[in-house]
Design a protein around this ligand. Structure first.
Ligand code: NAD
Length: 260
């Protein structure tokens, strides 16, 4: 149902972003992926996406801390692939430290990548979507857009900010055929999470099962990780015409975390 449409997904060389790109290509969209990684792996990912969609797939290496490269990426997408009809703001990083010790450069990087980059993408993409009379803007927020955890000041502030940005742009575009929403996952099983397990096992003398259930999934009542594919399927629904009335929403997908 996305044949002839173009999607731009930031931070899509791994994890949730890669799953969004795969799902969008699977529905027929041309895709521009973004993010860091090994050149060969990125080339293979583009080839796989193109094979799945029957349309083009390109990578743009724009650094989400650099406003001018973000605007250039949106313009390049428009020129080389068309659209973007769908943008997904997904690039994100984390740093964990108490506020008094929080490194200033980490604060600045998290606010830039996890919040401000979404503003720059929307700023560049909204006029193009208005011209087309159709658009879907989705941002990966987090359960941390609704609740806090200690030692995550920058991440929690950025994710709360993404929700405010989303609501505002949803109102500004409400009569333009454009919807603007956030998906807020709880713990998602990505390489990032998986890689933490051996270290935590060693550091705390716990079994793998204890790390998963008592540390990672302590806040998630289902005791199940969200999967990147589930998040991507949710995003795909938001791209459907049936989802035209879903706008300005922060949609939780967190195994009950934020209801507890
Ligand atoms: P990930 O590390 O697998 O993916 C992050 C992506 O962002 C990668 O493609 C990386 O190259 C890219 N990236 C990082 N810095 C960048 C920069 N400066 N410029 C451009 N790209 C950059 O992580 P993930 O778990 O898939 O996270 C994706 C998003 O989902 C993030 O916004 C994260 O906050 C959010 N999220 C993750 C979880 C989870 O449990 N994994 C939960 C809720 C929300």
């Amino acid at each position: 149902f996305l044949k002839g449409k173009t999607a731009l997904v930031t931070g899509s060389t791994s994890g949730i972003g890669a799953a969004y790109a795969k799902a969008l290509a699977g529905a027929g969209a041309a895709v521009m992926i973004n993010g860091f990684g090994d050149d060969d792996a990125i080339a293979r990912q583009c080839a796989d996406l193109s094979a799945a969609s029957g349309a083009a797939a390109l990578h743009d290496g724009a650094d989400m801390t650099k406003p001018e490269t973000i605007a250039a990426m949106v313009a390049r997408c428009h020129e080389e692939l068309g659209g973007p009809d769908i943008v997904i703001n997904n690039a994100g990083i984390q740093h964990v430290a108490p506020v008094a010790d929080f490194p200033i450069d980490k604060w600045d990087a998290i606010i830039a990548i996890n919040l401000t980059s979404a503003f720059h993408v929307m700023r560049a993409a909204v006029p193009l979507m208005r011209k087309a009379g159709w658009g879907r803007i989705i941002s990966t927020a987090s359960a941390h857009s609704l609740v806090a955890s200690p030692n995550k000041s920058a991440y929690v502030a950025a994710k709360h900010g993404v929700v405010g940005l989303t609501k505002t742009v949803a109102l500004e575009t409400a009569t333009d055929g454009i919807t603007v929403n956030c998906i807020s996952p709880g713990y998602v099983w990505t390489g990032l999470v998986e890689n933490q397990i051996p270290d935590t096992m060693a550091a705390r003398g716990l079994t793998r099962e204890q790390v998963v259930n008592d540390v990672l999934l302590a806040a998630q009542p289902t005791k199940e990780f969200v999967t990147p594919e589930q998040v991507a399927a949710f995003a795909l629904f938001l791209c459907r015409d049936e989802a035209a009335s879903v706008t300005g929403a922060n949609l939780s997908m967190d195994g009950g975390w934020t209801t507890a």
